[in-house]
Structure formats: C-alpha cells, structure tokens
Design a protein around this ligand. Structure first.
Ligand code: UTP
Length: 419
C-alpha cells in the first residue's frame, strides 16, 4: 500500500490533482485501497488532452456542409407503406431483429435520484416507469409478430445494479427474463472548468458514463455483438430511454431501410422553429452527420430546395437502426469525444457534499450519431412528432414530464392500447 500511495502521489503531483487524496488519512483500509486503485486506473493524459482539445473552437468550413436527403413518412401511399412494412415484418417474424435501449445516461437535467428509466410518469390512475413503458412497447410487437425480441439494455457503471434490481422488483413486467440482457458502458472522470477532477465521496473520484456512442465498443467488450451473431440477428434498433412515444419495433422503417439497401437509418422530426436549439441532420464533407445548433444560422435554417423542402430542419430523436455489418464496423472505431457542460455535486474542501446551482463540470461523451459519418449514406425518415416524440429531459423546459404525459395520453386515446 505504501508503494501504491507513493505512485499515486507522483501521478497526482504531475497533473496537479493532489486534492483527490485530501481525505486519505481519514479513510479506512479498504477505502484507501479502492481510492488508490481507482486513481491508478485513470488515464489523466487522455482526460487533459480531451479537455484541451475541447477548448479549441471548431469552425465549420463553408464547403463542408450539404443537406442529407430524407423521406417523409406521411408522403408514402398506403400500398408503399404496406409493402415496406411486410419486409420489416418478415425480418422480425424470423427472429432476426433485436432492440438496444441506451439507459446509461446521468439524467443530470432531470435531477431525479436513480436511473432515469426508473422515473415514473403519472399516467392516472397508474404510474408507469420509463422502463415499463419501453417494455410494453416491445411486448406489443412480440404479441403482434409471435416472437420474443431479444432486448439488450445498456447501463452505466453507476446505475447498473439499481437498474437490474428495478427489473427484478417488477418481475421484468412479464418480459421473458432470458431474453433481457444488461451490459455496462464505459466511464471517464469529469473535470471542472479549472481542470480539477472532483470527489464524489472522500474515497471516490467522480466518474460518469462516456456517452451513448460508447454503445458499440461496449457491445463488443461485453460479448453482445457475439450474442447477436449467435442469435442470427440482422438488424438492431438503438434508442434512448426517455422518449415515451418511442417505437422500438417499427416494421415500416425497418422494411424501408432493407428494401432501399441502406445499412443504417434514423428517424427525425421536423424542427418547427428555425432557431430552436436542436441539432439537425446534414452531410459534412459528403458524409451523414449532425449539425450542432451553434452552427446553424437563420439563413441555413430557412433554406429550401427547388421543391420548397427545407434542407436543414430534421431534428435527431435518437431512434436509429443498424444492420449487423454496420455495427461490426463501428465497434472497431474510436469515436470522437464531445464536451458537455453538466451539473455535478462534489465533496468540498470541508468534506461536505456540495450541490452547485448550475452546470459546473465538463463531461466527455461519444455520441452515437458520430458513427454515421463512417458510411456514405443513410436512410433518414421524418416522422410525426405527435406520434413518436415525447421525451423527458427536465422539469422546467419544453421536454418535461407533463408535456410527455400529455402527448402520450393524446396518442393512446386515439390508438388501441394493450399492456
Ligand atoms: P441525454 O443526452 O439526454 O443525456 O441522453 P442524459 O444523461 O440522459 O441526461 P442529461 O443530459 O445528463 O440531463 C439521451 C439518451 O442516451 C442515453 C441516455 O440514458 C438517454 O437514453 N445515454 C446518454 C447513455 O446511454 N449513455 C450516456 O453516457 C449518455
């Protein structure tokens, strides 16, 4: 232990992070050991490199950008819709389709204690957790197509045990347990604006999940990719946990992607207000990509093609499909990291837990959509927001539990529901 402590001190001194062992002498033996091991496992070089690179503003080159073609769901005829749906249905019925729910986020904006998927929406007379809502959606498809769709859930190292316990407590809402698998994603330390790592507990450096784009390498690392291949899965849906109108199993979307020979696909919704703070789909250097809202000018946002169709108004709703070859390809890549400014509590100099009023730390995240630029093309399908998009992000903004509940209830008042 003495050797280990010396080693740790040397590292912390090099990176000016001695505060991380401020409470070392007050810890018991196992806490000391675990703190030292954790510090030795951290790649300080990487985290400071990410910090420094993220401080350099990225300028969008004028020739970099072009629009990404899209389809609009409402514009298909009934016959086309049925034909594409048939292709998707066949794949699902043959057992070649799986769902991945990415539930490893911190949910800092919602500020709810516990994994976001365990948050319960008050759907009077019943409350339903986001996990239950997701489960019911997949169960409806199972019943319709006479299959049990393998359901994989990505958790974070922080919320993994709580998530699994929640599924157990609720008896998996009667989903066949053997078809549900959990896997954890990676994590990285978070860092303050003045380049300090923080303590979550006197014996624990605060680390957080490293973005939903980490899903591919995590699938590979935890044998999920192997499992998919073993089960002859050909297409996978990748979605978040917080959209209560999400359609995990959309046979039309799937059939369209297959029949039109795409290997990746995403859904979008039309961004109604040109300057709304939403990222939109585009091409960068010809490859499918996402245009961050900071890079969107009013002229870009109102620009249209010769048919009057807007070029940059398709917002990302985190609903994607990928075929197995595409997943295999991106699981070998190191996607770039983005910096997110988030609110995180920490142990202060007096050893007290301090909750900041607003964002105080940088978190580095891979985003799933960065994988798309490794392909020449992708299917983009614009769907109806009232039917497919009711996210819960925080309590005060436009995506709060009340707005989500209203959209969910409006939708299910006009559609037959089976739970
Ligand atoms: P968000 O980008 O909304 O992040 O995630 P979040 O962590 O849930 O919430 P904030 O930003 O801290 O308030 C969109 C989806 O991606 C998942 C989330 O669980 C959610 O389903 N996600 C996000 C991960 O699975 N892992 C991550 O590291 C981040």
């Amino acid at each position: 232990m003495v050797d280990k402590l010396q080693k740790v001190k040397k590292i912390l001194d090099t990176y000016d992070q001695m505060h991380l062992i401020r409470f070392y002498d007050e810890l018991d033996a196992s806490q000391k050991e675990s703190l030292l091991d954790q510090i030795l496992s951290i790649d300080f070089e990487q985290i400071f490199k990410l910090y420094d690179n993220s401080m350099k503003p990225e300028k969008l080159a004028p020739n970099e950008l072009s629009p990404l073609e899209y389809f609009i769901k409402n514009e298909f005829t009934k016959e086309e819709f049925d034909n594409y749906s048939k292709t998707g249905e066949n794949l699902v019925k043959n057992g070649n389709f799986a769902v991945i729910t990415m539930a490893g986020g911190q949910g800092t904006r919602l500020g709810y204690k516990g994994p976001k998927g365990t948050y319960k929406l008050d759907l009077k007379p019943k409350k339903k957790s986001l996990f239950q809502i997701m489960c019911e959606d997949i169960k409806r498809a199972n019943e319709k197509y006479g299959v049990v769709i393998p359901w994989y859930i990505m958790t974070s190292q922080e919320n993994d045990s709580q998530t699994k316990a929640f599924f157990e407590e609720n008896n998996y809402w009667d989903y066949p347990k053997e078809s549900v698998k959990f896997f954890t994603q990676g994590k990285l330390p978070i860092i303050t604006v003045d380049k300090k790592l923080i303590l979550q507990e006197p014996y624990l450096v605060k680390e957080a999940s490293n973005g939903n784009g980490n899903v591919f390498v995590s699938m590979k690392k935890h044998g999920i990719l192997e499992d998919l291949e073993k089960n002859n899965i050909k297409w996978v849906s990748f979605c978040g946990i917080d959209n209560v109108l999400l359609k995990n199993v959309d046979t039309f979307f799937l059939g369209l992607a297959i029949d039109k020979n795409y290997s990746i696909a995403s859904k979008s919704i039309f961004k109604r207000k040109p300057m709304e703070k939403t990222a939109v789909y585009c091409r960068k250097f010809g490859k499918p990509s996402i245009l961050d809202y900071d890079d969107i000018s009013i002229s870009l946002s109102v620009s249209r093609d010769i048919n009057g169709r807007y070029l940059y108004r398709d917002a990302n709703i985190l609903s994607h499909l990928m075929n197995i070859d595409a997943i295999k390809k991106v699981s070998k890549l190191n996607l770039r990291y983005h910096r997110a400014y988030k609110k995180n509590s920490f142990v202060n100099e007096e050893g007290m837990k301090q909750v900041p009023d607003g964002p105080n730390t940088f978190k580095f995240e891979n985003f799933i959509f960065d994988a798309f630029s490794y392909f020449d093309d992708m299917l983009l399908l614009r769907v109806n927001s009232d039917e497919e998009f009711a996210p819960i992000k925080d309590f005060t903004g436009i995506f709060n539990p009340e707005t989500a509940k209203e959209k969910y209830q409006n939708y299910w008042n006009t559609h037959q529901f089976k739970s």
